[in-house]
Design a protein around this ligand. Structure first.
Ligand SMILES: [Mg+2]
Length: 372
């Protein structure tokens, strides 16, 4: 399997098929409500026959991409850029070719970039985390998300997650500000020993965010962090919230590239950064964001869209490989009835253990979907 390194890294095929996974419960944020995940599964094949896997989900609300647009980008400019270039440009050269093949389309790019990284690490015979310089035996601790609902339903979901071993809960808020405080109070009352991350998904403005966070503190509900309180383009508002409260504020929707990370760090607009492969276009870009954070003395969380196990596994490998990524929000595969690939990692309660197999360590489980 190491033949590809002797001859360079030659990509001979890029394949995809459509993907649908039902959700165990509706996923509701201030921006959207979904009951199933549709997306795309990718394969990148090297000239020695090594195959890597990637995936991405349709996420109109965040990246603006559909299954159709991802398919068009993958089999158009991305595959073209990947297969047309010199084989001796190496992994970084190939990854740059994907990144610059077209504008936007970050989920499509991530789906191919992850498959390329999987194939590359499989060829090296080591887990991706180790190929990236990390220790694949590192155990991660993830939160569990409680979707936006009425206070009673959120409290029930929080109790269920807590009983399953998730002591850090990510609470979705950001709709009707007065009710948000009631929602959190109900959750806190139900699981007083849990730690809370809040995610408003851009649902507040700067002044109301400050007001709500102060009200939460007055209610003596401890917060680990608050994610994206204000609209993504409002960096001034984000900075104002960050300056006004002592709870760490995290940029999510506002962060889509290493350049964004630099702007946010330079402006002091947030304390923390939420990295997602689907937002930034892949492994290299995610590591570059973490590098910027590291240089700026900031920490990162790694998260994901509501997307398949392949994407979650790749994100976990990146988390293990970078010291600036200290927080993990990788619960989405647990929501999905995912029959595409198995393995990659196991969750024991909230502890995520990576497979020690080469690459992402995933195994095919079925062949449903439309091969292209
Ligand atoms: Mg978020």
């Amino acid at each position: 399997m190491s033949g590809s390194s002797r001859h360079g890294l030659a990509v001979t095929d890029v394949r995809s098929r459509d993907y649908t996974g039902g959700l165990s419960r509706p996923f509701v944020t201030s921006r959207r409500s979904v009951t199933e995940v549709t997306g795309i599964l990718t394969e990148v094949e090297l000239d020695d026959g090594t195959v890597g896997h990637g995936s991405a989900a349709q996420t109109f609300a965040v990246t603006g991409e559909s299954v159709e647009s991802m398919r068009a980008a993958i089999h158009g400019p991305i595959a073209e850029a990947l297969m047309a270039g010199p084989v001796d440009r190496g992994l970084r050269g190939h990854a740059d070719a994907i990144a610059t093949s077209c504008t936007a389309n970050t989920s499509a790019k991530a789906a191919v970039d992850v498959a390329l990284h999987d194939a590359w690490a499989r060829g090296l015979g080591v887990p991706l985390a180790e190929a990236l310089g990390g220790d694949a035996s590192t155990v991660l601790r993830t939160d569990m998300t409680v979707g936006l609902a009425d206070p009673e339903a959120m409290a029930r979901a929080a109790v269920s997650a807590f009983e399953d071993g998730f002591t850090v809960l990510k609470i979705k808020l950001g709709r009707d500000q007065r009710a948000d405080l009631d929602r959190l109070k109900a959750v806190h009352e139900a699981v007083p020993d849990a730690e809370f991350r809040l995610d408003a998904n851009q649902g507040w403005d700067a002044k109301s965010a400050v007001r709500i966070i102060r009200a939460i503190q007055e209610a003596q509900i401890p917060l680990q962090l608050v994610e994206q309180p204000v609209p993504k383009h409002d960096l001034r508002g984000l900075a104002a919230v960050t300056a006004a409260v002592d709870v760490p504020i995290m940029a999510d929707e506002a962060l889509n590239s290493p350049q964004d990370a630099f702007e946010i760090a330079h402006a002091g607009a947030a304390d923390l950064l939420n990295i997602k492969l689907a937002k930034c276009g892949g492994v290299g870009s995610a590591m570059a964001i973490a590098d910027v954070a590291h240089a700026a003395g900031m920490s990162c969380m790694i998260g994901a869209m509501m997307e398949p196990r392949i994407s979650i596994t790749a994100a976990a490998h990146v988390a293990v490989a970078h010291p600036a990524i200290t927080l993990v929000d990788l619960d989405s595969a647990e929501w999905i009835d995912d029959r595409a690939l198995t393995g990659g990692y196991v969750l024991h309660g909230d502890r995520l253990h990576l497979s020690q197999s080469p690459g992402l360590g995933l195994e095919p489980a079925s062949t449903e979907g439309n091969e292209r």
